[in-house]
Write a protein that binds this ligand. Structure first.
Ligand SMILES: Cc1cc2nc3c(=O)[nH]c(=O)nc-3n(C[C@H](O)[C@H](O)[C@H](O)COP(=O)(O)OP(=O)(O)OC[C@H]3O[C@@H](n4cnc5c(N)ncnc54)[C@H](O)[C@@H]3O)c2cc1C
Length: 593
């Protein structure tokens, strides 16, 4: 095996171990790639149970009051610090332990309810929402998900109140997007009671203010010379913990403390391992599922702020004797922000409900949510910025700060390019395996192989000819539902064709992967919007509401989303990919000094 093949084999093995261990249920996103509409994942649109809704409403009222009185986002940005009084206040309201079980002092909220809380904070201050995410969505998440009862009893009570803070430390110099390339080493102590950790981490939110850090390090695999990643609970008072830089100066979310630290022969008791030994990557990816969901909530909040600011300015600022809102090119931007904000909220709610329902394997959907909401928010901010003209550029308005703050979203918790490729490749794996079955059998016929290949072939063929049913209840939505079904069939056809045409090289064809992933994301977003519209119409009908709910933004989103899907599909065969790659290759081969 040559070096390239060996590398590829290693990558595939790693991905298999990470993503495909255990039985594979057909989730919503994986279903899309196979031409199915897995309706029970997305319909009816999820609702927070009445009892928890009351609790959530009370919490939101208290939170809004506190934020109105004590949260000054501009000052946090100027001082590059979130005051301790704000952190304490959030702790008192329960925000820092929202989803932790009540027995450990948490609020016991569902992920859907938690997303509403994060949306409220994301509306006002990105530094604060990222701080909360770093502490609660990812910092203490491994403890919540994988901690033993003893570990939880010992650590959680102070963490859920904010008396102590948490942080999640995966990234290193050589392990950024390539998260599996963690170099921090953890070797056994001689008596086997501890692990001794050595290495450095960088870009870690809350590192300098945390009392508990979930740290990923490489441990020996028993009986072999290999190593695997394990999650450790580390505290900064452990001898050898060295803070190299408490607050790395940065462009946005300046209130957060982004730090660099080193562990030099730090002895960590083996009782501090979180989850199984050697399964740290799985722990990290599971934790990030939660982080990416609340990321969606924070982006939704920020998009709603964009809409409010855009409307206010368009209704007040006059040029050419008219308010700006009279100009179609301004209207177009406002309409698009409204449509995107509606989709972001719907998608966040549906994705959070997968976690609450304990569904199996929603990693694709959380990745889609993260990429989709962060990209849309960037567009929303650009639009509201443009509507404000020169005023947006001045520091007395929040827009330049919002723009600086939002830029991290496309990079953090998995750069969008990496996630886009992941969405396409993991999604295509199901149909790809069926084709492989057929291909292998054609090359090497056997009785058993023939029957498996026949089943796979039937599956592929029926998905290609059948338009999946999108079961909406409301008559006015039937046309949209039919169109969505037809686009899913076209998508499935396109996936099959790409797999048959390109076979294994598809693993490296990121321009094609991007179009496939973009279609999948828009199909998922449209589904969430349609499901929500359907529920709202049905709800109004049940309550005898004569007036139909105002669905202009949702309707626009569906139209624009369907149009985008058609254009991504067309781009699979009509594109400039060869020329793009040739140009880039020529530039890369001739670096300019
Ligand atoms: C403010 C801030 C806070 C952070 N907080 C945390 C934290 O709390 N905990 C933590 O562990 N980490 C944290 N991070 C790290 C963050 O998750 C990483 O920055 C991110 O994963 C990207 O890694 P990198 O910066 O090394 O970029 P690189 O891996 O060097 O990637 C650079 C760019 O290359 C491109 N790229 C990379 N790989 C591919 C690929 N396979 N295909 C196509 N394009 C590719 C992408 O465009 C990417 O943006 C934080 C970072 C920042 C800036």
């Amino acid at each position: 095996m040559n070096k390239l093949d060996a590398e590829r084999q290693k990558e595939i093995q790693q991905a298999e171990e990470l993503l495909f261990a255990g039985p594979q249920a057909l989730g919503f996103a994986k279903g899309l790639f196979q031409g199915h509409f897995v309706s029970d994942w997305v319909m009816p649109y999820p609702r927070i149970p009445a009892a928890q809704q009351t609790e959530l409403d009370d919490t939101l009222t208290e939170l809004r009051k506190f934020l109105d009185e004590h949260l000054d986002a501009a000052e946090i940005d100027r001082q590059a610090d979130i005051p301790r009084s704000v952190i304490d206040g959030l702790g008192r309201i329960g925000v820092l332990g929202m989803t932790a079980p009540k027995e450990y002092g948490g609020h016991g909220f569902s992920q859907m309810a938690n997303c509403k809380v994060l949306e409220e904070i994301g509306r006002r201050c990105a530094s604060t929402s990222v701080f909360v995410n770093a502490h609660h969505s990812i910092g203490i998440r491994a403890l919540l998900l994988f901690g033993t009862h003893e570990q939880k009893q010992k650590w959680l009570p102070k963490l859920v109140t904010g008396e102590q803070l948490g942080s999640f430390a995966l990234t290193e110099k050589e392990a950024g997007s390539d998260a599996a390339n963690v170099q921090m080493q953890a070797r056994h102590s001689e008596d086997g009671s501890h692990f001794i950790l050595n290495g450095e981490k960088r870009y870690i939110t809350n590192a300098a203010i945390a009392h508990e850090l979930t740290v990923m390090a490489r441990t020996p695999v028993p009986g072999s010379d290999k190593t695997a990643i394990t999650a450790f609970l580390v505290t900064p008072d452990m001898p050898g913990f060295e803070m190299l830089e408490e607050r790395m100066p940065k462009m946005g979310i300046r209130g957060t403390a982004t730090g660099r630290f080193a562990l030099r022969d730090v002895r960590v008791p083996k009782e501090n391992i979180l989850g199984p030994l050697g399964k740290g990557l799985k722990v990290a990816l599971t934790v990030l599922d939660f982080g990416r969901t609340t990321f969606g909530a924070c982006c939704t909040g920020a998009a709603k702020t964009c809409l409010e600011l855009a409307i206010k300015h368009a209704n007040t600022r006059k040029q050419f004797n008219k308010t700006l809102g009279n100009f179609h090119l301004v209207k177009k931007k406002i309409a698009r922000i409204a449509a995107d904000a509606c989709a972001m909220e719907s998608m966040t709610t549906v994705t959070a409900s997968f976690i609450d329902r304990g569904l199996e394997d929603y990693m694709l959907e959380t990745a889609m949510l993260k990429v989709f909401t962060t990209e849309r928010l960037w567009e929303c901010i650009n639009d509201v910025f443009q509507i404000h003209g020169g005023a947006a550029y001045m520091t007395d308005l929040p827009l330049e700060r919002m723009m600086r703050d939002a830029r991290i979203n496309q990079i953090g918790e998995g750069a969008n390019e990496v996630l886009t490729s992941f969405i396409a490749l993991v999604g295509m794996r199901g149909p790809g395996m069926e084709f492989k079955e057929i291909y292998d059998t054609m090359m090497k016929p056997s009785r058993n192989g023939m029957s498996k290949a026949w089943a796979a072939g039937k599956n592929r063929l029926s998905a290609t000819v059948r338009v999946p049913d999108v079961p909406v209840q409301s008559e006015p939505l039937r046309a949209h539902a039919r169109q969505l079904g037809r686009l899913i069939r076209r998508f499935n056809f396109a996936v099959n064709r790409a797999l048959i045409t390109y076979r294994e090289p598809i693993l490296d064809m990121q321009l094609l992967q991007e179009r496939i992933a973009n279609v999948a994301m828009d199909l998922f977003a449209s589904t969430c919007v349609l499901s929500r519209q359907d529920s709202e119409i049905q709800f109004a009908r049940r309550n005898g509401d004569a007036a139909a709910p105002d669905h202009a933004a949702a309707d626009l989103f569906l139209r624009q989303s369907f149009r985008r899907i058609r254009s991504f599909l067309a781009g699979l065969t009509d594109n400039d990919d060869k020329s793009v790659l040739a140009t880039a290759n020529s530039c890369l081969a001739k670096p300019r000094s």
